[in-house]
Design a protein around this ligand. Structure first.
Ligand code: SAH
Length: 407
């Protein structure tokens, strides 16, 4: 008898007993058995009309074999899987996931004297679909992308407090715009309180973080490694950092001796943050901030830059927008390639999940052909290890980039 069959006959935990069951069509169980974390509505044989958004459900196949437990939500993705085993989804469940996630981040040095910023939980990549938790120097910012996670915030907050103990000053829940519009959600402290902006450090650079008024949870943590890499190329160089947000790339270049850095963003708030962060660190090189549309700026770009960073927001959130997005990336890259100084370096990125790595590389190559210059690929970049991708969920890969040299 297999282990799975053995536990099948054990008395079920109370919480599991009260869970409603959903049956999955026999031709659709394969991907669940392969541990893909999403179950699409078309895979369900049960009438789900009276199921509630956020409800914990138990899945079974048409022969009543147990498949797993997940959060139900009306929509294309009907169930986000939490486990394929018969276990209780409670505070201990979250505690174990958080403990494993924290151990990995500690192992790679993200809780150290020169780094106090990292992503603690990256949704499916950490086995918790719909949940994001970012860490900023003893403050945890939680963002729910599913109603099930939103409903579990109390257990999540208790588990985080148990795990971090004295090492957490505040836990803030930020859910504006991340849940279906009919769900009433609020942004609030789940534990403690901490004034914003709050000081935290990435790779030895100080940042002022504002999770209340800032974009996302307050900082773009996923570019940590690429910022550090930019530092290696930056000594004595004149750098243009477009789509700069709070200036991460700019400060990394200045720290490593860039002679001059121009930071550009269309958001005035972002530029205020960049200026604040620049003052905070007092690096030697010249720094100037520009509020402007980067697409327009790049159309008419001076030919004086040695390094250009292109890190736009996701141009395509859906497959339907992919073609237009590719055209957008191509135009940005072609303009930068055409105008950069001979021997210049471009750090170019896409965070659109629907524009895959190969397509992005191809787009940059097309831009190089259009610009008519010699281009070499020096480095291929991707999201860092605190944004892991489950091997069973390739859709979790979203950030890709290239470092190219133009002659
Ligand atoms: N590189 C940044 C993160 C970029 S996020 C970092 O390291 O932190 C994308 C940024 O692009 C946001 O700050 C947003 O305000 C800005 N943005 C969006 N559209 C823009 C446009 N057309 N021109 C300039 N900036 C834009």
């Amino acid at each position: 008898m297999k282990y799975r069959d053995t536990i099948y006959f054990l008395p079920l935990p109370k919480k599991y007993q009260s869970m409603r069951e959903i049956t999955v069509r026999s031709d659709k169980t394969k991907s669940i058995l392969r541990k893909h974390p999403w179950v699409f509505s078309g895979a369900l044989a049960t009438d789900i009309a009276n199921f509630k958004d956020g409800e914990l459900v138990s899945l079974q196949d048409q022969k009543e074999n147990f498949l797993g437990i997940g959060h139900f939500q009306h929509g294309t993705i009907a169930v986000r899987m939490l486990t394929h085993n018969k276990i209780k989804i409670d505070k201990e469940f979250y505690f174990d996931k958080f403990k494993n996630a924290l151990a990995l981040r500690k192992q790679i040095g993200l809780f150290s004297d020169n780094n106090s910023i990292c992503r603690l939980i990256h949704g499916e990549g950490d086995g918790l679909p719909g949940l994001i938790i970012d860490h900023y120097n003893q403050v945890l910012v939680v963002q729910c992308h599913s109603v099930g996670m939103y409903n579990s915030l109390e257990e999540i907050a208790f588990a985080l407090r148990d795990l971090f103990g004295e090492d957490v000053r505040a836990i803030y829940s930020k859910n504006t715009g991340t849940l279906p519009s009919h769900i009433e959600s609020e942004n609030k402290y789940l534990f403690g309180k901490c004034d914003v902006p709050h000081l935290a450090m990435e790779n030895g650079i100080n940042y002022s973080i504002d999770w209340i008024n800032g974009q996302k949870t307050g900082f773009f943590i996923d570019q940590r490694e690429s910022r550090a890499l930019l530092g290696k190329y930056a000594k004595g160089q004149k750098v243009l950092n477009t789509f700069c947000y709070s200036g991460g790339f700019s400060l990394s270049a200045l720290k490593k001796g860039a002679s001059e850095v121009h930071s550009l963003d269309s958001s005035e708030k972002a530029i205020v943050l960049t200026e604040e962060n620049s003052k905070l660190n007092k690096f030697k090189g010249k720094h100037e901030s520009i509020v402007d549309n980067a697409v327009k700026f790049l159309n008419d770009l001076p030919t004086t830059y040695d390094i250009i960073v292109l890190d736009p927001p996701a141009f395509a959130k859906h497959r339907k927008k992919r073609h237009a997005a590719v055209q957008g990336y191509k135009r940005l890259n072609a303009n930068a390639i055409r105008q950069i100084k001979p021997g210049g370096i471009i750090f170019t990125f896409s965070c659109s999940q629907v524009v895959e790595k190969e397509l992005f590389n191809h787009t940059v190559i097309s831009a190089a052909i259009e610009a008519g210059r010699e281009v070499r690929i020096l480095e291929q970049l991707h999201q860092p290890a605190d944004h892991p991708i489950s091997a069973f969920h390739p859709e979790g890969e979203y950030l890709k980039g290239l470092v190219i040299q133009v002659n």
